[in-house]
Design a protein around this ligand. Structure first.
Ligand SMILES: NC(=O)c1ccc[n+]([C@@H]2O[C@H](COP(=O)([O-])OP(=O)(O)OC[C@H]3O[C@@H](n4cnc5c(N)ncnc54)[C@H](O)[C@@H]3O)[C@@H](O)[C@H]2O)c1
Length: 422
């Protein structure tokens, strides 16, 4: 500890989409921050001032480095002596089952460097019980200390929304929790310095469930409008118009829109952490999650089918045709193609014999296994069909409208005689 009794040394374990913004924000509010990651490429880039997270521009990263209070490193020894350590590592599914090996690995590292009085916070999304049942014993085993008595432990779900310029880490309320009162106090005091508003809940399991509730809510509602969109297309009803009209209701309705499927590492994954826990502990299925998975996972296939039907109607085949996909990232204005429905669609079209070309200004050449091209009049005109998968703001939609012979628009950006919407 230094400067009065303010805690100043922060170790953020995992420097990805969640950990990096936290580390940089902490530097900006005065912490000394070690950003630990096991990926040497990521550490090399961060050390050179090159950010791979779009919400953190290079200039902001460079300022943090120049302050002398941000150290990106692969060396776990550098976190020794931390006051607060936050764990931001991936929590994927492996064969449909939660894979907590990254959390276990991170907790092992943190446990080795935990000293009496330290505070550890898990931010990775996981099922209720993870902090107390999995993380606490690992930290205790590695440090020889007792959670609650010798160190504080808590959970705070991350709500970061990549690409969202209005709601950022600092102005999004942060739910905080601890395994006991002293832990809650320590966790809340930490985030009170990072964000504008903290929301304490009574226990870590309530905080863990909060995150899963938020994501399951989105997942289920997206599935609802996706299923509706498929029926509406058959019934020849404009689902988009109905959604716009319903959205005028000032209470009791929240707007969700259909799309080519859900992507990223939250919506397709987090609800399954909850259904896994419910099934394992209570022996019953979480029916809403399972149904939503079913509908949302089907959407890329549905998009391919719509394209096949449209080509059939025009007397053409998808086989041998050239399809220009707009937007391969799973989300508008981001460069994250993890679990993206666009990739599933591109693969399926390729398997059907189409030549796929991709326009996505947010993606790096090496991350796209298809020709990554510019959105030009020639490129659009030469395509047999344009498929709008992710509606980045950077696209010139009027150019697409003017030059495309056929467009399948899954995001309701275009209208007209050559455009089919989902
Ligand atoms: N990205 C989001 O929008 C978002 C939002 C809310 C919650 N979350 C959750 O936050 C967690 C992290 O997600 P992310 O998107 O930042 O993941 P990410 O893959 O972008 O970053 C995680 C980083 O952790 C590193 N790592 C893995 N094991 C490590 C270890 N033992 N020690 C040090 N570093 C290690 C990886 O190399 C990687 O760089 C996940 O549980 C995710 O579900 C993500």
């Amino acid at each position: 500890m230094s400067s009065g009794d303010q805690l100043t040394r922060l170790a953020v374990v995992g420097q990805g989409y969640v950990g990096l913004p936290l580390a940089i924000r902490a530097v900006e509010v005065g912490f000394d921050v070690v950003g630990l990651d096991v990926d040497p490429e990521r550490i090399k880039r961060l050390s050179a001032g090159s950010s791979y997270v779009e919400d953190i521009p290079d200039e902001q990263l460079e300022r943090a480095l120049e302050s002398g209070r941000y150290l990106p490193t692969e060396d776990p020894e550098q976190i020794a002596g931390f006051d607060v350590s936050v764990i931001d590592v991936p929590t994927p599914l492996s064969e449909g089952v939660p894979n907590l090996s990254f959390v276990e690995g991170a907790a092992t590292t943190v446990g080795r460097h935990l000293r009496p009085g330290g505070t550890v916070i898990l931010e990775s999304t996981s099922y209720p019980g993870t902090t107390e049942e999995l993380v606490a014993p690992i930290l205790e085993g590695g440090s020889g200390l007792t959670a609650g008595r010798d160190f504080q432990l808590g959970y705070s779900p991350e709500r970061i929304d990549p690409g969202n310029r209005s709601w950022r880490l600092e102005n999004t309320p942060k739910v905080v929790s601890g395994i006991d009162d002293a832990s809650l106090k320590a966790v809340q005091e930490f985030y009170d310095r990072i964000v504008e508003r903290t929301v304490p809940v009574s226990g870590t399991r309530e905080a863990e469930l909060t995150k899963l509730l938020e994501n399951t809510f989105r997942h289920v509602n997206i599935a609802l409008v996706n299923e509706l969109a498929m029926f509406a297309a058959e019934l020849e009803i404009d689902v988009w118009e109905a959604i716009d009209a319903a959205s005028t209701k000032p209470f009791g309705y929240l707007r969700f829109t259909p799309g080519p499927g859900v992507g990223g590492h939250c919506l397709p994954i987090d609800p399954s952490y909850l259904s896994w826990k419910v099934r394992r502990t209570l022996g019953v299925p979480f029916r809403f999650v399972e149904l939503a998975n079913d509908v949302n996972e089907h959407m890329p296939d549905y998009v391919v089918r719509r394209l096949l039907l449209a080509f059939n109607g025009m007397g053409r085949t998808v086989q041998g045709s050239r399809i220009l996909i707009l937007g391969l990232a799973y989300k508008r204005n981001t460069g994250d193609a993890r679990e993206s429905p666009g990739s599933v669609i591109a693969e399926a079209l390729t398997a059907l014999g189409a030549t796929v070309r991709v326009v996505d200004p947010h993606l790096a050449l090496e991350s796209v296994p298809y020709p990554l091209v510019e959105l030009t009049a020639g490129e659009v005109a030469e395509a047999d069909g344009v498929l709008i998968v992710t509606d980045h703001d950077a696209f010139d939609y009027q150019l697409v409208q003017r030059h495309a012979s056929y467009v399948l628009d899954t995001r309701n950006r275009l209208d007209g005689p050559t455009v089919d919407r989902l």
